[in-house]
Ligand binder design. Sequence first.
Ligand code: USQ
Length: 406
Amino acid sequence: MKIAILGGDGFVGWPTTLHLSDQGHEVHIIDNLSRRWIDTELGVQSLTPMDSIQERCRVWHKTTGRRIHFHLLDLATDFERLKAWLVQERPDAIIHFAEQRAAPYSMKSDRHKVYTVNNNVNATHNLLAAMVETGCDAHLVHLGTMGVYGYSSVGAAIPEGYLDVDVETLDGSVARQQILYPTRPGSVYHMTKSLDQILFQFYAQNDGLRITDLHQGIVWGTHTEQTRRHEQLINRFDYDGDYGTVLNRFLIQAAIGYPLTVHGTGGQTRAFIHIQDSVRCIELALQDTPKAGDRVRIFNQMTETHRVRDLAAMIAQMTGAEIANLPNPRKEAPENDLVVRNDQFLDLGLKPITLAEGLMDEVIEVARRYAYRIDRSRVPAVSAWTREQEAQIVHDPEGKGLRSVS
Ligand code: USQ
């Protein structure tokens, strides 16, 4: 297949690119390199040293003989170029990762909220409109998020995208319907992915676009089979308070002797997936193509759920790390349960890699190897969701962590 990977320079995009290229697909990355610019804006860098995208593609070619094509294009602003590219290349599948993906970054300031909405919503809508206009019938696979469901405990498992509801009709009988699970985003970033769902629903129904939306949990780990093949193919690894995600952050914190930054009581339960399973799920989703006229196919792309404080306790036990319970900069339920259905990927043959498989050690090793690149002052999460929360946290200039203001 000819596959376009939008956002192929990112944390999940890059290993997906290598995985699909390795399987013999013709892969084209379309990326505006915004993630690299954001690192510059924030004054942070990936824990792992990343080469330019062109150099990464050259090393892949040298290592495997396979070519990856790179196109510098901003989906949110270069609409005409996007259309011209679709007409010229006619991809069979498009994988859409090209969105600003950090909740804390999206909540940093009004400017970051506006940027995240403009970038994410325009990128998705431009893509859909361009596909219709150019007659592109590629299977569109989008990386969404578990966060569209919200994390409230209702005592029922979260289904895969759609909820059965009974509606009382005018004649008093009951009509059964399936509706998109009501969204309850917890950040501006998660809100943009909720808006994406409506855009997909409309274009599948109105224009027969074939769309799969993957509601992914928190990705952990860094290497995949292909990124291990050469040190210059290494994946990015975010550890900072805006882009680092919880499990990977705890693992690097343990590696550098930084107390594990548990927000509040750590009672938040979240869904997780290893990066190797993430790329495998995308491969499986590509093989399971919807037909024109089908409703949007939605998969929950996660393999296990864990409570944040349990993860911290597990890592503390493994490594001897200290745990710090810090004021939570986010507006989120202090405690929640989470039960998630993921039968569709299991039915397609996914064999989940769980925390028990020993891969946490691999992340700690990566962190120890590149520990010299870590700026400890960038470890605390300082983007607050509300003014009140901002007032509750202060940043310790020595980088020892956040302290409670009592
Ligand atoms: N947390 C801590 N300490 C930390 C960092 C986070 O206690 O140092 C807590 C947060 O308060 C939150 C939970 O851990 O309750 C998860 O935070 P996170 O930063 O790991 O994940 P999140 O902001 O939800 O976003 C990440 C990805 C996003 C993806 C999402 C999937 O950045 O792109 O969509 O995970 S999900 O969480 O299932 O919505």
